[in-house]
Design a protein around this ligand. Structure first.
Ligand code: CA
Length: 226
């Protein structure tokens, strides 16, 4: 007794220290694991026949995998997209392509079918329609039904150059299905699991809102393509 007995206080302190060290080690280990915040693919996505803004010869190809029903896509389109357009598209360094992702069921499909029809029949009206449809996404309760044929036609009527009758029959006939399948194949090929997913040339970003990372990737690509 006496000297050899460890005080419960010491044991508690020791256990606390051990637990704390384990937590620190775990956090550090996880951060290390996360360090490569990008995934690079051998081949860039094939953007033939996809809506693309910017100079077709631009050395930087930015691809957005998006969904009209997705709130983060709306946010990306309102914050990062205009920034990229201003900094790189207007300078001729980059082009931006939009690929449909159908993660939100029938409404995603309906919006995408409409967008494919607009792009096919009046490509010059595409981006205005695209932005117009995202503008209609409610800021609250975005899971509630809002992409309807009526809403689509209402948006389309406000955009110059869209043949409303053609759009309406295209939606009913699901004329854009083949194009949607092309998009879905790209979604699979590039292992897209969230929207928006953003690629810069062959590299997929982990955080689509990390503008500094996007800028550094573009800079690196521009230097390599000199
Ligand atoms: Ca497409």
């Amino acid at each position: 007794m006496g000297k050899s007995t460890k005080s419960p206080f010491k044991i508690i302190v020791l256990l606390t220290l051990v637990t704390f060290s384990l937590i620190v080690a775990f956090v550090v280990f996880n951060q290390k694991d996360k360090e490569p915040s990008v995934t690079t693919f051998q081949k860039q996505p094939d953007i033939t026949g996809q809506p693309t803004i910017g100079n077709s010869d631009a050395p930087i190809s930015i691809v957005e995998f998006g969904d009209f029903k997705c709130p983060s896509c709306k946010a990306w389109g309102e914050t990062i997209f205009p920034q990229l357009a201003k900094d790189y598209v207007t300078t001729g360094q980059a082009k931006i392509t939009y690929i449909n992702v159908l993660f939100h069921g029938e409404e995603s499909k309906l919006g995408s079918l409409a967008a494919e029809s607009v792009f096919k029949n009046s490509p010059d009206s595409y981006w205005e329609f695209h932005i117009g449809l995202f503008n209609e996404q409610p800021t609250e309760n975005h899971d509630g039904l809002w992409i309807t044929k009526e809403k689509i036609l209402e948006v389309a009527k406000q955009v110059k150059g869209i043949d409303i009758e053609k759009l309406s029959t295209d939606i009913d006939a699901q004329s854009g299905l083949e194009e949607l399948n092309k998009d879905t194949n790209l979604v699979k090929e590039y292992k897209v699991e969230m929207t928006p997913s953003i690629m810069v040339n062959g590299t997929m970003l982990e955080d689509p809102f990390d503008y500094e990372k996007i800028k550094s990737l573009i800079k690196k690509e521009l230097e390599e393509n000199k």
